[in-house]
Design a protein around this ligand. Structure first.
Ligand code: ZN
Length: 341
């Protein structure tokens, strides 16, 4: 009995154990040799908010370091993003006018469509992904067509497909539907294919939760719903089996990359999605996650850079291949400095 006990994992065989897990932690050289997860600039996608006008650059109050930019300013920002080795941006548009059906979302001369053309012309080689949704463009701030108290699914996805097509026609390299309506990936895939855009990938916001962490984004994108909320289409934070069903559905409809949003409170969901499907998996390190770190950093309550890198590393460790993050530029600078040292 005593022999059996001494060989169990819970009780070390002797006070001088053979297994000393600290051995590989003793120097930075060793630590770096056994490190399992390392961030690369290739992991990052930088979100950008584009607005009408010229020479416009307005910092978002709740998101220090993040700006609403007119197209001329956006191009400068994109050039910097590219010079840091970040491969891609994702565009969100704030239009001149909003209406019931979000018609400027699928206007071929809409703000995002023009921004795509300008980036493609001035910063070739930078991958341009577009967010496809209606909430920035509708007067009521909802992601689709509203009738009474309902947000209509099937009518809305037709408009989303139209929006995605105008993005592809303007030169977008990838489209990313963020609405969470049923059937949108297939609707977009069908329309893209019918118009000779068979090779444009779709990154779907596959498991997007109705989250309190989106607060600062709504200031940035001016997309707060005027009434109600998004709980009839976005997911309940309590569910993760349902996330797998959502992701599976999007894959069946033709999604090429699947996303979990937000990231930090949903690391378990990222891991389950990655393990189950083995798909290229993205995670959105959302505005609230960014703002909390910025605010605590500003107050001197945490080491901001250290926490930023820890959070981003945890998202990658959980299984994300791609991280949409407002920290992209800051993190890229640290990654690049480490590489050249
Ligand atoms: Zn939306």
């Amino acid at each position: 009995m005593s022999e059996e006990r001494s060989s169990s994992l819970s009780e070390p065989a002797s006070p001088d154990p053979i297994r000393r897990l600290r051995r590989t932690r003793m120097t930075e050289t060793l630590r770096s040799m056994v490190r399992e997860t390392e961030l690369s600039t290739n992991d990052f996608i930088y979100p950008q908010f584009v607005v009408p006008g010229k020479n416009f650059r307005k910092e978002i109050g709740s998101m220090p370091g993040v700006f609403q930019l007119s197209i001329d300013q956006l191009i400068r920002e994109c050039a910097e993003v590219q010079s840091l080795g970040i491969p891609a941006v994702i565009l969100f548009g704030i239009p001149e006018t909003k209406d019931e059906t979000g018609s400027s979302a699928y206007d071929e001369h809409g703000i995002v469509q023009e921004a795509i053309r300008a980036i493609k012309k001035n910063v070739p080689g930078l991958l341009v992904i577009t967010d496809v949704c209606l909430c920035e463009y509708t007067s009521h701030g909802h992601c689709g067509i509203v009738r009474g108290n309902d947000i209509l699914n099937d009518e809305s996805i037709k408009l989303l497909a139209k929006e995605a097509l105008t993005h592809a026609q303007a030169g977008a390299d990838m489209v990313a539907p963020s609405d969470m309506f049923d059937g949108r990936v297939q609707a977009i895939r069908t329309v893209l294919d019918a118009n000779n855009f068979q090779t444009i990938p779709i990154m779907s916001y596959a498991a997007k939760y109705a989250s309190g962490f989106y607060g600062p984004f709504r200031e940035a994108a001016e997309s707060t719903p005027k009434f109600g909320d998004r709980r009839s289409h976005q997911m309940d934070p309590a569910n993760s089996n349902e996330a797998l069903r959502e992701v599976e559905q999007d894959i069946l409809e033709g999604a090429d990359i699947v996303m979990v949003k937000p990231a930090l409170s949903y690391l378990d969901v990222i891991r389950r999605v990655k393990d189950r499907f083995g798909m290229p998996t993205a995670a959105y390190n959302v505005s609230g996650e960014y703002s909390m770190i910025k605010a605590a950093g500003k107050n001197g309550w945490i080491d901001e850079q250290r926490v930023m890198m820890e959070v981003l590393t945890s998202i990658k460790r959980a299984g994300a291949d791609l991280i949409l993050t407002y920290f992209a530029k800051e993190a890229a600078r640290i990654v690049n400095a480490k590489r050249s040292s």
